[in-house]
Design a protein around this ligand. Structure first.
Ligand SMILES: [Zn+2]
Length: 222
């Protein structure tokens, strides 16, 4: 069967990942992570289900961008001098960061199983019925795996810091393997139903690529 990037998660050395602060707030050093996320050049769509976004410019702010939730709104604080294009891009980046932190807090094994059931219903008419769905920490080179004979699905804990739409994609990918084992056209046709398949695959490819960069500046908190 053809190779599938999903099952090759790349080098496992990043075990001590940057831990975002507790609470729905995120910040980043725009000088440090500036080359990432061109993906967000178009209107940011991820995380928008959380409500409105309000961008506040601050003259005191030079390099850092931060964001937090306030009720159903998201406030993004950016330096006053930032261009419109940069603003757009950073809003996307920060929405992803917040979504990632939230998914990390909210999704345990029970929630994961629940999520799998919902996704199966929504995209596969409930035909994919796993016996077990759980997080594992011993899976560093694959994002997810599935044993159709047992009906078991395992997701790498490395996904836990990622946006919900990425976790959903991996879950849906493994669910699809309960219906179609390999990665042939029938398999990918199943996944076409999920509107963010391409975006999620791009995100995961980006993570693998970033780990191979010689120097990756850490995000900074204020
Ligand atoms: Zn697969």
């Amino acid at each position: 069967m053809p190779a599938d990037p999903l099952h090759r998660a790349g080098s496992p050395q990043r075990s001590t990942k940057h831990q975002p602060p507790r609470g729905s707030a995120a910040s980043a050093d725009q000088a440090g992570t500036g080359q990432a996320g061109t993906d967000h050049a178009e209107a940011p769509e991820s995380g928008l289900d959380k409500g409105q976004v309000e961008v506040r410019r601050s003259a005191r702010r030079r390099r850092t961008v931060s964001a937090y939730r306030e009720g159903d709104r998201t406030i993004v604080l950016i330096p006053a001098r930032m261009s419109e294009a940069e603003e757009q891009r950073w809003v996307g980046v920060m929405l992803d960061k917040l979504a990632a932190q939230e998914s990390k807090r909210l999704l345990g094994d029970a929630e994961l199983a629940e999520r799998a059931e919902l996704l199966s219903e929504q995209y596969f008419e409930g035909r994919a019925r796993p016996v077990s769905v759980r997080w594992v920490t011993n899976q560093n080179t694959r994002w997810g795996s599935c044993t159709p004979a047992e009906g078991s699905i395992r997701l790498s804990h490395r996904l836990q810091g990622m946006p919900e739409y990425v976790v959903d994609y991996v879950l849906l990918h493994e669910l699809a393997h309960l219906l179609v084992p390999g990665h042939g056209p029938r398999f990918w046709r199943l996944l076409e139903a999920y509107p963010r398949t391409e975006r999620a695959r791009g995100y995961l490819e980006g993570v693998v690529a970033a780990e191979r960069l010689p120097h990756l500046p850490a995000a900074r908190t204020e």
